[in-house]
Design a protein around this ligand. Structure first.
Ligand code: DSN
Length: 416
């Protein structure tokens, strides 16, 4: 193939090659993962990795930033066009960094944040105690009801007791549409800033396949690699000039040093894909595929949290089964289907064992799979779960899934 890395560092090259084979031969169904575009990978591997560019476009602390300025401004402009907002900071290295910057910019240590409980589908950075967000701030949680849905009246009741400085909405394992308008009403009732973390559903939001957090949220964060299928990274958006200025200072010099200009270039390339007319078709198919998955699993007797899905993921509960999420994750892995174990509402097992799995449709949809393939895969998932200790069956299904996966090749080489 002629890659320099192949001869210079065969150990790393072999790992990259093996990862390509793993990604090619397995069915990737982790709801937060996706396959980015070869053009995005080209930008990530570009000479911009060499450049320091502390500061913001046209206001840098180093010389030689004229082309870095150009790519960052393009990324900002495309992000604003995509989400219909006025200000975007495209420098956060990750979603967690973005969320950390929101708190650092808008509240002080010891202030109160109210976010969704991690075990109910929230995120570590929404106030979970082991995270900086639960250590540096007084954090409180709301959750879902036993029907798996957020009860907005109950969130209002909790908010009135807690009186948070920031109300966080957005989730990592919630299959229903998030009502940003209702969250804003709650935030307004208690004088809180509404912060929407749309990392999971951003790719649906930009295609109008999920309600937009604008104009309701004061500040919005996302990652760029999940349903957006861009490079791994984060971003912060707002329509408020004062908040935008505070966010910029919180990212640099507050939390980060030099921005990753190669990743910012890749974000811009990803946004160009997201702005294309094809994106709406992709986002619509992501939802149709997740619905098909839920429909088949329900027909096979599986308990789907909230009874279905409005988005890109399905949460399956094994509370009524004698096996755990960990068992299911391992058995499906042996059958060539990659998912993750997940806690479910009413959880009785530890977070390392859990009573559920989270299954997502974004990655296989990027490979071109539609309802027909998702119907087949959903039945295979049910076959594995119905016979969770049958390793011979799992090995047989693994071969079948490999064959299916190879009909939907996405990358032809390990490095672009
Ligand atoms: N790790 C991500 C997820 O899987 O949802 C959240 O950051």
């Amino acid at each position: 193939m002629g890659y320099a890395i192949e001869t210079f560092d065969p150990e790393i090259f072999e790992a990259i090659q093996s990862e390509l084979e793993r990604e090619t031969d397995h069915l990737e169904m982790i709801a937060s993962e996706n396959f980015t575009f070869p053009e995005v990978m080209e930008a990530m591997g570009s000479v911009f990795t060499n450049k320091y560019a502390e500061g913001y476009p046209y206001k840098r602390y180093y010389g030689g930033c004229e082309f870095a300025d150009k790519v960052e401004q393009l990324a900002i402009d495309r992000a604003c066009e995509l989400f219909g907002c006025l200000y975007a900071n495209v420098q956060p290295h990750s979603g967690s960094q973005a969320n950390g910057a929101v708190y650092a910019a808008l509240i002080k240590a010891g202030d109160k944040i109210l976010g969704m409980d991690l075990s109910h589908g929230g995120h570590l950075t929404h106030g979970s105690k082991p995270s900086f967000s639960g250590k540096n701030y007084q954090s409180f949680t709301y959750g879902v009801e036993l029907d798996g849905r957020i009860n907005y009246d109950r969130v209002m009741d909790i908010a009135k007791i807690v009186r948070p400085n920031i109300l966080v909405c957005g989730a990592s394992a919630y299959a229903r549409e998030i009502d940003f308008k209702k969250f804003r009403e709650i935030a307004d009732a208690v004088g809180a800033i509404l912060f929407a973390d749309i990392a999971h559903v951003a790719g649906l939001v930009v295609a109008a396949e999920h309600q937009s957090p604008f104009p309701h949220a004061h500040v919005v964060t996302t990652t760029t690699h999940k349903t957006l299928a861009g490079p791994r990274g984060g971003m912060i958006m707002t329509n408020d000039e004062d908040i935008a200025k505070k966010i910029n200072s919180a990212i640099f010099p507050g939390l980060q040093g030099g921005p990753l200009v190669h990743v910012i270039a890749a974000k811009a390339v990803g946004f160009k894909h997201n702005l294309s007319s094809d994106w709406k078709l992709y986002a619509n198919q992501v939802k149709a595929n997740a619905s098909k998955l839920a429909e088949v699993l329900i027909s096979r007797g599986y308990d789907i949290v909230s009874g279905g899905t409005d988005n890109h993921l399905v949460l399956v509960s094994f509370l009524n089964k004698d096996f755990s999420g960990k068992d299911a994750d391992a058995a499906l892995g042996n059958a060539g289907i990659t998912v993750n174990k997940n806690t479910v509402p009413g959880e009785t097992r530890s977070p390392f064992v859990t009573s559920g799995i989270r299954i997502g449709s974004p990655a296989l949809t990027r490979r071109g799979m539609k309802e027909k393939e998702f119907e087949l895969v959903a039945h295979k998932i049910a076959d594995v779960l119905d016979d969770i200790n049958n390793s011979t069956l799992h090995a047989k299904i693994k071969e079948e899934m490999k064959k299916l996966a190879r009909d939907f090749i996405i990358y032809t080489k390990p490095i672009y």
